[in-house]
Ligand binder design. Structure first.
Ligand SMILES: *Cc1c(COP(=O)(O)O)cnc(C)c1O
Length: 399
């Protein structure tokens, strides 16, 4: 451990609440898909701050927008009309069939907004007192009390009871179980098209279409949490578009402002009818500075065809990984995920492999002890992905 890193670690131990078990690294600088730690060592970033820096670090055009807007206006609150928020809404809505946006500050807040909208939509538009939200096993929707209740994972909610009521969880992939869980009290189904924190687990097209059809039949809202899958990562701008779905509401965050904290929901005209002035709000959400950055991020993602890029690079990476898996049977059990959202599941604990890769300068995430999760910036080069696969092969040989 270098002196520079030891200093950081020691200060953190006395200064911060002990909420994080961190990776043994502190970064000082980033450019594109590269990071440098406090000792100047270079890394390939295959995590992008957990699917956040979609256009990579210190993107020149985004730096220019930050500098320009920082000298002009940062924040005035949602008491006022805000042009950059409208600019962002227009660009973001051009990517989907939705017609109204609400901006907030994080993924959990976006899901809170979606949950509140669903309940109010039921009571005020459909005139039914239905408040229950159905979610799926393996899901992750956030860490606020409401989204923890939606997430319903014992290890995350331990010690925090009581959680809000009105959430029901059913087995992911089991359409029959979902059908029996829908009652007159149900307001909506909320799901991730690919479960990210769950270990990069894609739900099947058939199941997803079945869920949507069921929601239509029962006249409840169909909502997709696109916080991790959104912003071109899966090879389409939104993951629901992979399967021709038309969710009433989607929640968005992570990559939206390429690293500045921002969330949003996009809703159809009808679903959005659940809100009226005063029914939901935030102080920071959609501020002038962050909206300018997010609007530019969306513009670049569309202009540079990042969805196509993610699809092509993802296909390449997956075929390389599947080839590796076939040559090391019994070590890699499955390679999953669309576009540049990749899960590599190992037959046993993969911590040693993850450590080996980190030691050689490849930053990725170890999930559920035996899954390597890759969420690289979409600007990552194919050569970096190939070099990663080669390094992974060396890791398999020595482990
Ligand atoms: C990360 C994530 C969230 C929570 O986002 P925060 O910004 O951490 O609140 C919610 N849903 C999904 C699918 C996520 O991946």
């Amino acid at each position: 451990m270098s002196q520079a890193f030891a200093d950081v670690k020691e200060r953190e131990e006395i200064l911060l609440c002990r909420t994080y078990g961190r990776y043994p690294l502190a970064f000082a600088r980033g450019k594109g898909a590269r990071l440098w730690d406090v000792d100047g060592r270079e890394y390939v970033d295959l995590l992008a701050g957990i699917a956040v820096t979609v256009l990579g670090h210190s993107h020149e055009e985004l730096c220019a927008v930050v500098a320009r807007q920082a000298g002009r206006l940062w924040h005035v609150s949602n008491l006022f009309y805000q042009r950059n928020q409208l600019e962002l809404a227009e660009k973001l809505l051009s990517t989907s069939h939705h017609s109204r946006a609400f901006f907030c500050n994080s993924g959990a807040e976006a899901n809170e907004a979606a949950i509140k909208l669903a309940r109010r939509h039921m009571r005020h538009v459909k005139k039914r007192d239905a408040a229950e939200i159905i979610t799926l096993t393996g899901c992750f929707h956030g860490r606020t009390l409401g989204t923890l209740a939606a997430t319903a994972r014992d290890n995350l909610s331990e010690g925090f009871a009581p959680l809000p009521e009105g959430f029901v969880q059913v087995a992911a992939g089991d359409l029959e179980a979902l059908g029996s869980a829908v009652t007159p009290s149900t307001a909506a189904v909320l799901l991730e098209v690919v479960q990210g924190e769950g270990g990069v687990v894609p739900l099947s097209a058939e199941y997803l279409r079945g869920v949507e059809a069921l929601c239509r039949e029962k006249d409840i809202l169909f909502m997709c949490d696109e916080v991790q899958t959104g912003m071109c990562r899966t090879g389409r701008f939104w993951a629901f578009q992979l399967h021709g779905l038309r969710p009433d509401v989607i929640s968005v965050a992570k990559g939206l402002a390429n690293g500045l904290p921002m969330g949003a929901i996009l809703a159809t005209e009808e679903a959005a009818g659940g809100f009226e002035p005063g029914s939901h709000a935030t102080t920071f959400g959609g501020g002038e500075l962050i909206s300018a950055v997010a609007a530019k991020t969306v513009e670049i993602l569309l202009r540079d065809k990042m969805a196509e890029r993610a699809a092509a690079l993802g296909t390449h990476l997956r075929s390389r990984l599947e080839d590796l898996a076939s040559r090391y049977p019994g070590k890699i059990s499955e390679v999953r995920g669309p576009g540049l959202m990749t899960g590599i599941e190992f037959a046993s604990d993969a911590r040693k492999i993850w450590e080996y890769l980190l030691d050689r300068g490849y930053v990725c995430n170890l999930s559920h002890e035996k899954i390597l999760r890759l969420l690289p910036p979409l600007v990552v080069g194919q050569a970096d992905l190939d070099a990663f696969v080669a390094e992974l092969e060396r890791a398999l040989q020595v482990q």
